[in-house]
Design a protein around this ligand. Structure first.
Ligand code: HEM
Length: 531
């Protein structure tokens, strides 16, 4: 309806007008290249000469153009922007950024789908990654969240299993609804997140039209050494808008890079997307007694108990100048927590603190921190040395610590306050009695949805479940009954409907396409939903 949401692929702005060459072509070491069209051969019809080092360099470099894609969240898009503090919170955090209203820092955001690979279509049903890097004067602060306030599992040891169930089957090389729902009948705590994903918010209209959440419980600590636990919320100022499955499927075919294009083109038009940033705050004493386990990432903290406090806003106003250098090589890591920020005992967050930096060392290399996009604006001063592609190696400065020759030393005034712990060391399969309640929060979420969204949820679940074995359908619907009996019944009805109307065969699809084409009307059907 709106020209700005045209799904037709746009062309890059620097590809509109022809220009003559702006410089002489050189090799990687500055020597001008005389001929970039013809390899050196022995005679006009003879074989290629080994001495054609320009050809060798070109082919060898091409073979090394790819770094491994991210093992999850491979397909995404990003942009730089500005974060502004709208409420100072020195009573909560020692972070310099939050000492004064109006403080600003440059930042980077990357949004992504989770399960698909680099070339995957953007408009699939999946959580969206919502990764933020703030270049603060205390060092980089990364908030690596999603567009959902909860997650599927609550123990890091299940992450590889969960992701395997979402990825491709070993023999067919295809994704499998059976693997996904089989995992979910075994891990009931996933119900909450899966309901989000099968609701309207499972397919955002664009990256600009979705909220972001830190999801985990993090902490903040102040100059007095007092700690609070917090959850971070980023609310889109563009409004939450979503696509129906039908719209999304059509766009996926016409422009698989639709979300990537939309973010870039909106910024190029000067329509800078904005988000408000808020926190929920829980004291350590409240965390001891609150009836919901505060470190369970499959649960939210109800706003009535822990109201939102707005502390900032950000705007994305600068496209990357080079996608590979600034987005593909961007390395977000939940372990980037400058002074005044901290983790919580959330088991998932603890696993992530190890996992991301490890992934970057494998994917980009041990010195990924020296790439401009990952470098802090504060000086880096330490004893890490050498390794592939190292740039700053600290000259002749001391290489061990402690030393007598002026090398950098730790400052214990920067120490995080200690965390009180109690209990036995063990492998706990649940947090507490009440945390076995997998159904109350998904039930509340379902009842918050308008009847038309509930209907779409039934259809989305029904079509996905229709292809899985009966025992998984039965088990999953029994779980949905406990969320809300209307949900279980509605999904059973939709499974039956999908069974009665199997997917059209290829002949029928071709026939329908020819009919549309004959009418000159390849229409997009449905309305935008879920404002
Ligand atoms: C990306 C691991 C849970 C959000 C990644 C990557 C790994 C990973 C290895 C790829 C990093 C890279 O190569 O750059 C894990 C593990 C988890 C976990 C082990 C659980 C124990 C979560 C949760 C969230 C999340 C709970 C959100 C609340 C993201 C995002 C990215 C990502 C947004 C993409 C970052 C980017 O844009 O570069 N994760 N993850 N992950 N993960 Fe997780």
């Amino acid at each position: 309806k709106d020209q700005k949401f045209s799904i037709a692929a746009s062309e890059p702005s620097n590809l509109k007008e022809p220009r003559p060459p702006q410089s002489t072509l050189t090799n990687d070491f500055g020597t001008p290249v005389a001929d970039n069209q013809n390899s050196i051969t022995a005679g006009p019809r003879g074989p290629v000469m080994l001495q054609d080092h320009h050809l060798l360099e070109k082919l060898a470099h091409f073979n090394r153009e790819r770094v491994p894609e991210r093992v999850v969240h491979a397909k995404g898009a990003g942009a730089f922007g500005t974060f502004t503090v709208t409420r100072a919170i020195p009573e909560l955090t020692a972070a310099k950024l939050f000492q004064q209203k109006g403080n600003q820092c440059r930042m980077l955001a990357r949004f992504s789908t989770v399960a698909g690979e680099q070339g995957f279509a953007d408009t699939v049903r999946d959580p969206r990654g919502f990764a933020l890097k703030f270049y603060t004067e205390d060092g980089n602060w990364d908030l690596v969240g999603n567009n959902t306030p909860v997650f599927f599992i609550r123990d890091g040891s299940k992450f590889p299993d969960f992701i395997h169930s979402q990825k491709r089957h070993g023999a067919t090389g295809r994704r499998s609804n059976t693997m996904q729902f089989d995992f979910w009948i075994h891990k009931k705590e996933a119900l909450h997140q899966v309901l989000y994903i099968f609701g309207d918010r499972g397919i955002p209209l664009t990256f600009r039209h979705m909220n972001g959440y830190g999801s985990h419980t993090y902490s903040l600590w102040n100059e007095k050494g007092e700690r609070v636990f917090v959850k971070w919320h980023m609310h889109t100022q563009q409004g939450v808008k979503n696509l129906t499955e039908q719209e999304a499927t059509e766009i996926a075919g016409k422009n698989p890079d639709f979300h990537r294009m939309d973010l870039h083109d909106a910024i190029e038009r000067g329509e800078y997307p904005r988000w408000k940033v808020s926190i929920q705050v829980m004291t350590e004493e409240q965390a001891d007694t609150y009836h919901i386990h505060p470190f369970d990432v499959t649960k939210i903290w109800p706003h009535k108990d822990f109201p939102l406090m707005e502390v900032g806003e950000f705007e994305l106003n600068e496209n990357p100048t080079n996608f590979f250098a600034e987005i593909e090589q961007a390395a977000f890591e939940p372990s980037n927590m400058p002074r005044g920020f901290g983790p919580s005992p959330d088991k998932m967050l603890q696993a992530r603190i190890m996992s991301y930096a490890d992934a970057h060392r494998y994917r980009i290399g041990a010195n990924y921190g020296q790439l401009p996009v990952n470098m802090p604006v504060t000086p880096v001063s330490n004893y890490h040395r050498d390794g592939f592609l190292r740039h700053n190696n600290f000259g002749g400065a001391p290489v061990y610590e402690p030393n007598s020759f002026g090398g950098p030393a730790a400052d214990d005034r920067l120490k995080e306050p200690p965390l009180r712990l109690k209990g036995d060391m063990d492998r706990f399969n649940s947090y507490a009695e009440t945390d076995e309640d997998y159904y109350a929060q998904p039930g509340a979420l379902y009842r918050l949805m308008q009847p038309d969204e509930q209907q779409r949820v039934h259809g989305n679940y029904g079509r996905a479940l229709a292809v899985v074995p009966r025992f998984i359908q039965d088990e999953y619907c029994a779980m949905l009954d406990k969320v809300d009996p209307r949900l279980g019944a509605g999904v059973r009805e939709e499974i039956a409907r999908a069974d009665a109307q199997p997917e059209p065969g290829i002949e029928q699809v071709l026939h329908e396409l020819h009919t549309y084409a004959a009418q000159g009307d390849m229409k997009v059907s449905g309305e935008l939903v879920g404002d």
